[in-house]
Design a protein around this ligand. Structure first.
Ligand SMILES: Nc1nc2c(c(=O)[nH]1)N[C@H]1C(S)=C(S)[C@@H](COP(=O)(O)O)O[C@H]1N2
Ligand SMILES: [Mo]
Length: 199
């Protein structure tokens, strides 16, 4: 942001309207992964949506790229207190996938290549608020940032944006994911500083 002089960079600037409480700006893009980075081949990649009745639909990499592509331009906020402003992504809105399935579910659990999971209310994946992204800054998403494709849900803390996404299970009940079971907040709204259980 041009309003910040060099000296301000990296410092807390809670008065900035773009920064949720307790966050500081960063210009680089830290990598935060619990465990090893899986190598996922687009030749075998699939994204699967499973409903609460057990019906599922899968998309191959080719199917995925043939869907309408969007270009979210958004700020991202990590619970470890860094925020990165005005990031650029390419991907497919979750609405596009959800339109293809019949569901009355209220919750979703994202799962990945690797063991990571994270839960969200299904509503938070709808209405142009969430994407499966495969490009960052017009380049293929690097493996350490979740490539070939990750979930992006920028209105929640970044732990909800599951890297190496493999599918989403739609559920009639809430099922805490990896960090949520470890004490992170179930919902994770950065503007309400919902970092940990009880916040
Ligand atoms: N599969 C998977 N997704 C993940 C994680 C992870 O460990 N595994 N870490 C989460 C956390 S805690 C954060 S802050 C962001 C970090 O994304 P980045 O490494 O691209 O900055 O990814 C989230 N998605
Ligand atoms: Mo995180």
């Amino acid at each position: 942001m041009s309003v910040f002089s060099r000296g301000f960079r990296g410092r807390r600037a809670d008065s900035d309207t773009h920064l949720p409480p307790g966050q500081y700006l960063t210009e680089d893009f830290p990598v935060l992964t619990a465990g090893p980075t899986p190598r996922v081949d687009t030749d075998t990649w699939t994204f699967t949506l499973t409903t609460e009745t057990g019906r599922s639909q899968s998309w191959t990499w080719k199917d995925f790229l043939a869907l309408p592509q969007e270009h979210p331009h958004t700020d991202i906020h990590c619970v470890t207190r860094w925020s990165k402003l005005a990031t650029d992504w390419t991907g497919v809105a979750l609405d596009t996938f959800l339109d293809k399935v019949d569901t009355a579910a209220d919750y979703a659990l994202a799962y990945c290549y690797g063991d990571y999971t994270t839960n969200l209310p299904l509503e938070d994946l709808r209405h142009g608020q969430a994407w499966i992204v495969h490009e960052f800054d017009s380049h293929p998403l690097p493996p350490e940032h979740g490539g070939p494709a990750r979930l992006l849900v920028p209105h929640l803390y970044l732990w909800k944006s599951a890297k190496w996404i493999r599918g989403v299970r739609l559920l009639d009940h809430d099922e805490p994911g990896f960090w949520e079971q470890a004490g992170y907040h179930d919902y994770g709204d950065p503007w309400r500083e919902q970092r940990y259980w009880g916040d």
